[in-house]
Design a protein around this ligand. Structure first.
Ligand code: PXP
Length: 258
C-alpha cells in the first residue's frame, strides 16, 4: 500500500496567549509561523475566538499575507466569523464549537444536530474556495452529517484518546481508527487534533487514512525549553517515523520492523 504523506499543522494560538499577557507585540505569532515552517510544518492553524483571547483579527491578516504556509482558520459557526473568513480568504477553515467559558475547545461539533445552522456557513466558505472541515467526535453519525453538509474534510477530536490511559486509551484509538476508515470510505479527507504531544502522536500518525494533524499547546509549551524549531522538528520526525512503521498500539509500539 502506498504510504500517504502526513501533514503537520502547527497551531500558534498560545504564542498569542503569551504575547497578550503583556499586551505588546512579543512574541509574534507570525515569527513563530516562520520558525515552524523552517522546522517542517506544512501549515499554520489559528483560532480566532469570539472574545479574541489569543489570536486577533490583525494576526489573521498578517498570517494570510505574510506567511508562506497555508492558514487553517479555526472558527465558530457565526456570521461574524464567516465575514472575517471571506475577507481574509484562508486556505482552509475548520468549524469548531465554541463556548465563552471554556478553557479550550471541549468536544466536537454536533454536525448532525446543527445541520441547518451549519449549512449557510459551510456553503459561504466553500463558495469562496475555502476548504471547509468540521471538528467532530470520532463517530460515524458525525462523519455522515459532515458528508450531508458537503464538507470535504473532517478533523477528529482526539482529546479523549490523549487523556485516557491503559485499556481506555486502546478503545479510544480503535474508535479513531474506525472513524478515519469510515471517513475515507465516505470520500472525506480525515484530519485529527487536540491534546497531542510527543507521547501520544505516534499511534495517531500511524493510522493511514489520517492525512493531517493539528498540534498546538504541547508544541508551544515545549518550545519554552527547546525552542520552537526543535519542538516542531521532533514532532515532525515522530510523525514521519510512525507513518513509515505502520499501525501502532496506544502504548506507542509499532507493528512494523524496528
Ligand atoms: N484542532 C482543533 C480543531 C482545535 O480546536 C485545537 C485547539 O485549538 C487543536 C487542533 C490543537 O489542540 P492542542 O492545542 O491541544 O494541540
Amino acid at each position: 500500500m502506498t504510504v500517504r504523506p502526513l501533514r503537520l499543522g502547527v497551531n500558534i494560538d498560545h504564542v498569542a496567549t503569551v504575547r497578550n499577557a503583556r499586551g505588546g507585540v512579543h512574541p509574534d505569532p507570525l515569527r513563530a509561523a516562520e520558525a515552524a515552517a523552517r522546522a517542517g510544518a506544512d501549515g499554520i492553524t489559528a483560532h480566532l475566538r469570539e472574545d479574541r483571547r489569543h489570536i486577533t483579527d490583525d494576526d489573521i491578516l498578517r498570517l494570510t499575507r505574510g506567511s508562506d504556509l497555508p492558514l487553517n482558520l479555526e472558527m465558530a459557526a457565526t456570521d461574524e466569523m464567516l465575514r472575517i473568513a471571506l475577507q481574509h480568504l484562508p486556505h482552509a477553515a475548520c468549524i469548531v464549537p465554541e463556548k465563552r467559558e471554556e478553557r479550550t475547545t471541549e468536544g466536537g461539533l454536533d454536525a448532525a444536530g446543527k445541520h441547518n445552522q451549519l449549512a449557510p456557513i459551510v456553503n459561504g466558505l466553500a463558495g469562496a474556495g475555502i476548504r471547509v472541515s468540521l471538528f467532530i467526535e470520532p463517530v460515524t453519525e458525525q462523519i455522515d452529517a459532515a458528508a450531508a453538509l458537503g464538507c470535504p474534510v473532517v478533523e477528529l477530536h482526539v482529546g479523549a484518546y490523549c487523556e485516557a490511559t491503559g485499556e481506555a486509551r486502546e478503545r479510544e484509538l480503535d474508535r479513531i481508527a474506525a472513524a478515519a476508515a469510515h471517513a475515507e470510505a465516505t470520500g472525506i479527507e480525515c484530519h485529527a487534533g487536540h491534546g497531542l504531544g510527543f507521547e501520544t502522536v505516534s499511534a495517531i500518525a500511524a493510522i493511514p487514512t489520517i492525512v493531517e494533524l493539528n498540534i498546538g499547546h504541547f508544541l508551544i509549551g515545549e518550545a519554552i525549553f527547546v525552542g520552537i524549531e526543535d519542538a516542531v522538528g521532533h514532532m515532525r520526525r515522530l510523525m514521519d517515523n510512525a507513518r513509515s512503521d505502520g499501525p501502532a498500539t496506544a502504548s506507542g509500539d509499532h507493528g512494523g520492523d524496528a
